[in-house]
Design a protein around this ligand. Structure first.
Ligand code: PLP
Length: 390
């Protein structure tokens, strides 16, 4: 066998953080030890029945056995525009302001490649979803990470960006509701974001992967709800979390027509089309009653309360996340994210995501996901209590 070398671009890509966690887990599962895996964000509940039924009937349609249109079926683009109107009061042109693809991952890696040139800066946050680093690398761009501090509700301060970075910044990538911190954006922050992007003529993306997950009756804001947002902004939405459809691979981007055009052009070459039956089922999900999505929020909120309430009862006082299905927990004194995560792994057989995997600013935190039943989360609390750390 000839050992062919990957391209320089591929060689520079880091080992996928979640892939690494998977390998660690695969090794444990072989030992049969009773581990609780709270490290990953893979929704544990099934896709609602009406969406599954819609896919089943769409699979029987011969039109779905052929290539669908490059830019997505008209039916799903209309459903997306309709959904944004109903959910956020935002009007979209379904032809020029909507792009569809295989899950948010494709949008957040595709938009940088469609817009950035080598050595441009992509503005991100620290901590952030690690794929943003990879997407900048795929674009041969540089990253500048704005720190997210608890004291500022995990919202970045644009005034902290150095001038030389700002002059070469060609994309701002945000993610609210935020993975890993669970933070929600405020209207004031989104307004400042649009002002900043307009002033410096920087396109801005809000990765809205956790769009539906706001607790205590706080519905997360869409960036496009801000006046004039479409002059500079696009939002990337996915069905993965809203409807437990992570395996189905369907997402879309909406907003600024020039960004959508560049992304569609890139995608035609890089990704091609999404299975027509999945597009039909996505249209069904977006156009049906949203009761299933609201019920899911209640389920995660109850789980959050079991976890955070339980930890507080055993003496570990941590902040309660206002959104997403993650809890971002400050580790006790004397530990960092990796050493605490390793200790929980060794001593309590609990797998968590060390915050350092999301950036240097995450080094005092671990991320725990709520994609487990209340019983499992209560058992995790019992195991932590048994360590007598608090
Ligand atoms: C912030 C964020 N963006 C994007 C994604 C990817 O979503 P999708 O399943 O639509 O590719 C995830 C998945 O965990 C995520 O946490």
């Amino acid at each position: 066998m000839v050992d062919f070398k990957p391209s320089e671009r591929v060689r520079k890509l880091p080992v996928n953080f979640f892939g690494q966690l998977d390998n660690k887990l695969a090794a444990i599962e072989k030992t049969g030890a009773p581990f609780i895996n709270l490290s990953k964000g893979n929704p544990d509940l099934p896709t609602p029945e009406h969406i599954v039924a819609s896919l089943k009937s769409a699979v029987d349609q011969p039109e779905n056995h052929a290539y669908p249109p490059f830019l997505g079926k008209e039916k799903v683009r209309l459903a997306i525009a309709d959904f944004y109107k109903k959910e956020y009061g935002v009007t979209l042109d379904p032809v020029n302001e909507v792009a569809v693809f295989h899950g948010a991952h494709i949008g957040i890696t595709g938009i940088p490649q469609a817009l950035l040139n080598p050595d441009d800066y992509m503005l991100i946050t620290d901590p952030c979803y690690p794929i943003y680093y990879s997407s900048a690398m795929l674009s041969q761009a540089r990253t500048y990470a704005m720190p997210l501090e608890e004291s500022n509700r995990y919202l970045p301060d644009y005034r902290s960006i150095p001038d030389d970075v700002l002059q070469n910044a060609r994309l701002l990538m945000l993610n609210y509701p935020n993975n890993p911190t669970g933070a929600l954006a405020t209207k004031d922050f989104f307004r400042k974001t649009i002002d900043f992007a307009q002033t410096h003529r920087i396109p801005v993306v809000n990765d809205f992967a956790y769009a539906s997950l706001g607790f205590d009756h706080n519905k997360p804001l869409s960036l496009l709800q801000i006046e004039q947002a479409k002059s500079v902004a696009v939002e990337v939405y996915t069905l993965s979390k809203t409807y437990n459809m992570a395996g189905w691979r369907f997402g879309f981007a909406v907003g600024n027509a020039s960004v959508i055009k560049a992304l569609n052009h890139f995608q035609m070459h890089a990704c091609s089309t999404v299975f027509g039956a999945v597009q039909d089922a996505a249209a069904c999900a977006l156009q049906s009653s949203q009761e299933c999505a609201r019920e899911l929020v209640h389920i995660y909120q109850r789980r959050r309360d079991v976890l955070i309430g339980g930890l507080s009862r055993i003496g570990w006082t941590v902040a309660s996340p206002p959104g997403t299905f993650f809890a971002w927990l400050k580790v006790p004194a004397g530990y960092n994210s990796q050493s605490f995560s390793d200790m929980l792994f060794r001593e309590a057989h609990i797998v968590t995501a060390p915050g350092i995997g999301f950036g240097n600013n995450g080094n005092d935190f671990i991320r725990i996901s709520l994609v487990h039943s209340e019983d499992v989360l209560a058992e995790a609390v019992r195991r932590i209590d048994a360590l007598h750390l608090f």
